[in-house]
Structures are given as structure tokens and as C-alpha cells.
Design a protein around this ligand. Structure first.
Ligand code: CP
Ligand code: NVA
Length: 300
């Protein structure tokens, strides 16, 4: 594994290896055992979109690993004034040991990897959010004990989160059901991947998708960059919500995850959110551990 660009690139074994290392790093952190695997290394973090979790967990994680994180806002980089990503990749490769990038186009992340000579980590694009899904898988395994026989149901937009969950969960052996409006299905590349699995289902009915689910997952109706469509999306996604009715058809011990930030009373009710807050914030914490594992695998 040279980069983390999308879940489609990872083998099941690579995913499990990252999760095992993440568990170990979490244990070591909780027990005060130092783990300076990246002593003296630097990570550049390019942000073309906002972030709370990704920025703070990468920055803190790099520090805990003995390395140095640089926050690079695209407003301040020449990339924001049109310097090609191909040139940025070749310049930054001469200063840094790794790059984390959050941007719009998946092609930009792939170009950084193609033209640069250091590991590239995708910190979210419009297409996918692999770091989030590694933390989600870590959280599911931590709470449920294993992936065996589990069904994850995603309700909402066929967006970066849906795409990454479909691929990640199917690769570790879970069943996946997706409920989204017909006009907001995941892209063909993801549906083609999922079509290879009998354990995948897509429907426009949230209740049908949630039946017997062990993990319920949702995300905002309008992602970063889609703010102008929020009113249209509010109408399209009305009813695509995790609420008591959805919980009543899932397994009684079903867990609820949300990548955050959450919009209460849109994709999830405040009641369900608060009832499952322990799981959701463990998930947020696990971003730190999962990304540290990714950085160690790629940069140590
Ligand atoms: N879930 C997530 O990636 O959060 P941020 O946008 O705050 O980084
Ligand atoms: N789908 C959301 C995820 C945020 C972590 C977005 O792209 O804004």
C-alpha cells in the first residue's frame, strides 16, 4: 500500500491490518505507552474545504507519532491561484514525507499521487472519505466484537460516505443496504462494484433498508460544496431520516453512526442522536487512531 486514495484500492487484508494497528495505537495511547513511529517526519495537510475532525485528528495524531504536521489552507497556497496540482505534487514531495488532502475532485488526489513521490492520503473528496470509513469499521468491530453476520444500513444521499461505506463494509464481509432517493444513488463505479456481492441491496425505502440492520448510518443531505442546493435537497430527502420508526425495524441492539457534522431533525432526530451519542463520539475519536495507523503504514 503506497497511498490511501479510496477504499476501492485496498484489499481486505490491508483494511484489517490498518484496523489491528489502530486498535494497538489506541491501547498504547490510553496506557501512556509512547509510539514515536514517525519521529522527524512531516505531513502536509492541504484543505480546500472546512474541517473539524480531520484537521484536528491528523494534526494531533502526527504529533503523538513524533512527527510534525503542517496545515496548508488552499487559500494561502499557490494551488488556490491556479498552480497545477502536478507541479504542487512535485514540489511538496521534495520537502515533506506525506500529504493529506481534502478537496473536491477525486482526480486531483489521484494526480497528486501520480506526480508526487510521497504517500498521499485522501482526507475527503466528493467521491469518497476513506479515513472516515476506516474509523467507522474500527468502531463497529470494537462495539460488536467482529464483522461476522452484520448488516449496515445507510440512509440518505448516495455521496462520498455512502460510496466508501459500501466498499469498506462489503470488503470486510458485512451486508450493506442503502436507502436513497432514485435521483441520488451512488455513482455507477460503486454500484458496479457492489453488484458483485449478493449481500448488497439498494432501495428507495428507508424502512425496507433498515430491516434487521445491526448498524444504522446517515450523513448530511447537502455535502460541502452543495450548499446552493440545500432547499431542493431538503425536499428530495424528506423522510430519509434515522428516527424511532427506523430504529423499531432494525435489530434491538442496533448501533447508530454518523460521520458528523450532524443536522438534527434532518437526517437524524435529536432523540436517536442523543441515545446513540456514545457510539457516535467513539466513532469520532477513532478517526485519530485509524489515521495514525494509516500514517504509520504509509510513512514509517
Ligand atoms: N467527519 C469529518 O470528516 O469531519 P470534518 O469535516 O470535521 O473533518
Ligand atoms: N458528505 C459530507 C461528509 C462530511 C464529513 C460532506 O462531504 O460534506
Amino acid at each position: 500500500m503506497k497511498h490511501l486514495l479510496k477504499m476501492l484500492d485496498l484489499s481486505t487484508e490491508e483494511i484489517i491490518d490498518i484496523l489491528n494497528l489502530a486498535d494497538q495505537l489506541k491501547y498504547e495511547l490510553k496506557h501512556g505507552i509512547p509510539h514515536p513511529h514517525l519521529k522527524g517526519k512531516t505531513l502536509g495537510m492541504i484543505f480546500q474545504k472546512s474541517s473539524t475532525r480531520t484537521r484536528v485528528s491528523f494534526e494531533t495524531g502526527m504529533y503523538q507519532l513524533g512527527g510534525y504536521p503542517l496545515f496548508l489552507s488552499s487559500n494561502d497556497l499557490q494551488i488556490g491561484r491556479g498552480e497545477p496540482v502536478q507541479d504542487t505534487a512535485r514540489v511538496l514531495s521534495r520537502y515533506l514525507d506525506g500529504i493529506m488532502i481534502r478537496t473536491f475532485e477525486q482526480a486531483e488526489v489521484e494526480a497528486l499521487a501520480e506526480y508526487g513521490s510521497i504517500p498521499i492520503i485522501n482526507g475527503l473528496t466528493d467521491f469518497c472519505h476513506p479515513c472516515q470509513v476506516l474509523a467507522d469499521l474500527m468502531t463497529i468491530r470494537e462495539i460488536k466484537g467482529s464483522f461476522d453476520g452484520l448488516k449496515l444500513c445507510f440512509i440518505g444521499d448516495g455521496n462520498n460516505m455512502a460510496n466508501s461505506l459500501i466498499v469498506g463494509c462489503l470488503k470486510v464481509g458485512m451486508s450493506v443496504s442503502i436507502a436513497c432517493p432514485n435521483d441520488y444513488q451512488p455513482p455507477k463505479e460503486i454500484l458496479d462494484f457492489a453488484a458483485e456481492y449478493d449481500s448488497f441491496e439498494i432501495t428507495d425505502s428507508p424502512v425496507q433498508a433498515a430491516k434487521d440492520a445491526d448498524v444504522l448510518y446517515t450523513d448530511v443531505w447537502a455535502s460541502m460544496g452543495q450548499e446552493g442546493e440545500s432547499e431542493k435537497r431538503k425536499k428530495a430527502f424528506a423522510g430519509y431520516q434515522i428516527n424511532d420508526e427506523i430504529m423499531s425495524v432494525a435489530h434491538a441492539d442496533a448501533m447508530v453512526l454518523h460521520c458528523l457534522p450532524a443536522h438534527r431533525e434532518e437526517e437524524i432526530t435529536a432523540k436517536v442522536f442523543e441515545e446513540h451519542a456514545d457510539e457516535i463520539f467513539e466513532e469520532a475519536e477513532n478517526r485519530l487512531h485509524a489515521q495514525k495507523a494509516v500514517m504509520v503504514k504509509l510513512m514509517a
